[in-house]
Design a protein around this ligand. Sequence first.
Ligand SMILES: C[S@@+](CC[C@H](N)C(=O)[O-])C[C@H]1O[C@@H](n2cnc3c(N)ncnc32)[C@H](O)[C@@H]1O
Length: 200
Amino acid sequence: MASRPYDPRDFYFRQAHKDGLRARSAYKIEEILDRHRLLTTGGKVLDLGAAPGGWLQVMGKRVGPKGRVVGVDLVPIRPLPELPWVTTAVLDIRADDFKEALDRIERGPFHLVTSDMAPKTSGIKAQDEARSIELSELALATAERLLPKGGGFVCKVFMGADFSGFTKRCEAVFESVRVLRPKATRERSFEHYVIGQNRR
Ligand SMILES: C[S@@+](CC[C@H](N)C(=O)[O-])C[C@H]1O[C@@H](n2cnc3c(N)ncnc32)[C@H](O)[C@@H]1O
């Protein structure tokens, strides 16, 4: 079957606009959270690569005022005054001082670490996959440091040569590791989400 032409204003794009969500990707984290029950009221989440804030809106509503969500990105995230328990900061996970800079905002522990980080794509598949894995490894190291036993992890990865190596490294940290491609993922995208549950 021929793939549909790329439509930047597809169903999920239009739905996000109607629902007041900043990004169509919000529906991906909604599906992941619903299927894997990773977050409850009062939970504490670290969201890596959080701009423009679609995941923050979904997770901020789920945890509610007794919870806390910290979102970081290379670029500034417009404030979310309707969710004052959501905090944002401009941080680069590759920076030498990332750990110290994050600790100054929130030391953890967190119940859940999520990463929707994506490198600027070059169009060269192997290069884009390698950059995605590099970001995913940094997200995994951050999760390992900040999650207590039982904590959860969600991480976007571009499917490529080292994908199974990455899932194996996740298996060393989490009791259960699954891979999901949410319905809102664009047909042509290589991205998959690795979901780690129950940090060992
Ligand atoms: C697909 S967007 C995230 C969308 C977000 N989940 C939402 O719902 O609004 C990917 C983000 O990863 C961020 N990113 C890429 N490299 C990063 C890095 N080294 N450190 C922090 N964020 C990074 C990008 O700036 C971009 O905003």
